[in-house]
Design a protein around this ligand. Structure first.
Ligand code: GLU
Length: 287
């Protein structure tokens, strides 16, 4: 099987050192394996993605010395593909409309007797309520029903569903990992505002692009559980996963957009060379 991997950033800000680390992990792995490296722009969130950040991604990665196959797949150009995939699941009765707002769901969880932590499973609305909401034109998201998904693939397959981890999860998990879809709950597969959501678009494209190795940060390790289930429902191939540690600064703190980490652009303007950055990144490399 040919080795194909990808770096799939979302253009929600300028790239920082953590991104350089992740991109180089995938790029170097492809080189070492004599395989292919794909850059994919995951820009389906219209509230957070900006074209200038996409331009910044190309600029920063080129400066870093990376090259990739053209044309680059930009997810916002392919919303119809993701909608068609959701429609397939709708025809199989595996998704349901959810009209609830985030606040309504969180309030619901707060009032649940035993408190659900992260696994949101609001369930379908009663038919009459749904009809009324539809008629009122209220926007809705499509959620995957774990209950129906379990019925669809069968209890035996559900109980043995797994993925192969060549790197490490946050607690050192490695090798064959049992999938626990309930970690994510009834995830949204199509957002109210965007028509598509991350998990579906991501696994759709991994399958379409023939990704054999998903190399990404350990912060996405938990996402693999639900992504494997979605692959299984569609009969898409199973890639190997290689989650890498997250790069940290001198104080051991992770680089993150929300913390206002110094961007690669700012470091470059300050005189940092791509060679020095690559060296810094490779020093920290370990899966
Ligand atoms: N677009 C995602 C992000 O920027 C990464 C998706 C993935 O690598 O699976 O966090």
């Amino acid at each position: 099987m040919p080795f194909v991997t990808r770096f799939a950033p979302s253009p929600t800000g300028r790239l920082h050192k953590g991104h350089a680390f992740s991109a180089l992990c995938a790029f170097d792995a492809a080189r070492e394996a004599g395989g292919r490296f794909i850059l994919r722009i995951e820009d389906i969130d219209p509230t957070r993605c900006r074209p200038q950040f996409e331009d910044g991604i190309y600029e920063d990665l080129r400066w870093l010395g990376l090259s990739w196959e053209e044309p680059v797949r930009r997810q916002s150009d392919h919303l119809a593909d993701y909608a068609a995939a959701v429609e397939t699941l709708r025809q199989r009765d595996l998704v349901y409309r959810c009209f609830r707002t985030r606040k309504e769901i969180l309030d619901g969880i707060g009032h649940a007797p035993h408190g659900i932590t992260d696994a949101v499973r609001p369930g379908p609305h009663p038919a009459d309520e749904e009809a009324e909401l539809l008629q009122g034109g209220k926007p809705f998201a499509w959620r995957l029903s774990l209950e129906r998904a379990r019925d669809a693939i069968g209890g035996a397959a559900w109980d043995t569903l797994s993925f192969f981890e060549e790197g490490h999860g946050p607690d050192g998990e490695t090798g064959r990992i049992r999938v626990r879809p309930e970690i994510a709950g009834d995830v949204v597969l199509a957002r109210k505002d965007a028509g598509a959501a991350y998990h579906l678009a991501c696994v759709h494209d991994d399958a379409l692009q023939g990704i054999s190795h998903v190399i990404r940060g350990v912060d996405l390790f938990e996402a693999t559980h639900i992504q494997r289930l979605i692959q299984t429902l569609f009969g898409w191939p199973e890639p190997v996963y290689r989650h890498h540690r997250l790069m940290t600064d001198a104080d051991g703190k992770r680089f993150a957009k929300r913390d206002g980490s110094v961007t690669l652009a700012a470091l470059r303007d300050g005189g940092l060379t791509a060679e020095a950055l690559r060296e810094d990144v490779r020093q920290q490399r370990a899966f």
